[in-house]
Design a protein around this ligand. Sequence first.
Ligand code: ADP
Length: 162
Amino acid sequence: MQEKALYPGSFDPITFGHIDIIERLSRLFPEIVVLIANAPHKNYLFSAKERAQLVRDCLKKINNVKVEIHDGLTVDYAKKHKSSVIIRGLRAVSDFEYEMAMANSNRHLNEDVETMIVFARPELSYISSRMVKEVAMFGGNIKELVPQPVVKAMQLKIKGKK
Ligand code: ADP
């Protein structure tokens, strides 16, 4: 495909599940833009800048990936930067309703932007940022869920909170 693809999300923090999706997409599209959401109503553990830096640190080996912080609608970013593809991951049926509603509202906002759903790799489909945070808060091992830079950042963040 000739287009750059947008991969929007919270990435609070980035996990091996996100990275797998990005690696797979980076072979299909000339450029992937990881769009870090910064919604005022959401309570993030990491700031948008910290989340963006962690994504950059974890994706050094993939050279057609760009990381941007965006605090508006994804379709507006798509229009401004001439992209018409939004990628979202699907882990389980529980993700389905939310992703379908999101895809339909984005289509309602802009008919020219298409949402494409990529299925999570089964062995990574249980991983979520929320689960990473919960396990880390209680001192559990997150090394199989997130790359080393995130393990380190989580440890520092938790220390700072105690
Ligand atoms: P959001 O708050 O927008 O859902 P997330 O960072 O939780 O942001 O997720 C971004 C996208 O990545 C979503 O489409 C989500 O379904 C997908 N995703 C999250 N975890 C995984 C995983 N383990 N495997 C594949 N896709 C995932």
